[in-house]
Design a protein around this ligand. Sequence first.
Ligand code: TYM
Length: 351
Amino acid sequence: APRVLSGIQPTGHLHLGNYLGAIKKFVAMQEEMPCLFCVVDLHAITAKLVQDDLAGQTRAIAAAYLAAGIDPERSVIFNQSRVTGHAELAWIFNCVARIGWMNRMTQFKDKAGKDRENASLGLLAYPSLMAADILVYRATHVPVGDDQKQHLELTRDIAIKFNNDFSERIEKTGLGREVRMGEEVVHGYFPITDPIIEGPATRIMSLKDGAKKMSKSDPSDLSRINLTDDADAIARKVKKAKTDPDALPSEAAGLAGRPEAENLVGIYAALSGETRDQVLTQFGGKQFSEFKPALVELAVSSLGPVTGEMRRLLDDPGHIDAVLKAGGEKANEIAAKTMRDVKDIIGMLHD
Ligand code: TYM
């Protein structure tokens, strides 16, 4: 059965890239299939163990989910550490995946930096936990930004290897089913997940440098629009955003080699729900001095209600905690069933 799982780490500042690349798509996916949206607090401690306010950051992501329009009656909202199946399945996947697979992950290389020997073991195993997040619900669709593509390929590799390594036992236990693998249909236990990386906002870039991705951890606050920014802050940041001296082209093809222009047009398109070409039909030939104020107005009117609602929700942490608890119970029902199956397949005794 089709099912969505996606997640966001409760670290740093939630920004426009997270909103357009992930949260806004989550809201849309609710119309198509059952969804689970996770706040991945176990992942949050992989790069830096002691967090300033993990509980507060976790509530902030949950508040953003709710404020953006994720409906807790329809979709399951919860924090990862509450459902023990994530860590349990991740351990099994640590034994399925190979060290070489993890060593090749670009995010690991970036985050570990030069001193790889000193990175936490958790940072290396991060993608194995991410595969567990997805597969413990046997989720088939994962909406994410472009930076998660390699992790999702690894999730497919883990599912394929598990299905292959245990193929006889999957057969014997009768727990197998038809699994769609591209055009092919094979027999297995875990589905081969489809990443959903679509639209004009899969990779929002820094406002200060069109070659760098907008990031929660960028030391320059001017590089990103935070979901907590007010109208003045948004106006100031867009005004200061790097651009080139030329007028906007009349179609998207003309944005090639102009990363900053491409980024701002992409942001406009994602906020307005248009394609880049449609945006450029309106703004082609215009200067940034005209385009930027229009972008500010659109950003303020689209984000304002979300940030306002987020602030309101954060005034009542008890309500957010209740949503996470109820979501955790629903998630656990699905995850516990998967863990019983997996233990039967491997041959682990359980109740
Ligand atoms: P995280 O917390 O870094 O980012 C959350 C989501 O936001 C997307 N994103 C962006 N999209 C467009 N432009 C950007 N500049 C930008 N920056 C971030 C990310 O692609 C992501 O979709 N490993 C994940 C969290 C995770 C997860 C999962 C995701 C853990 N388990 C299972 C999906 C399924 C991460 O660190 O995302």
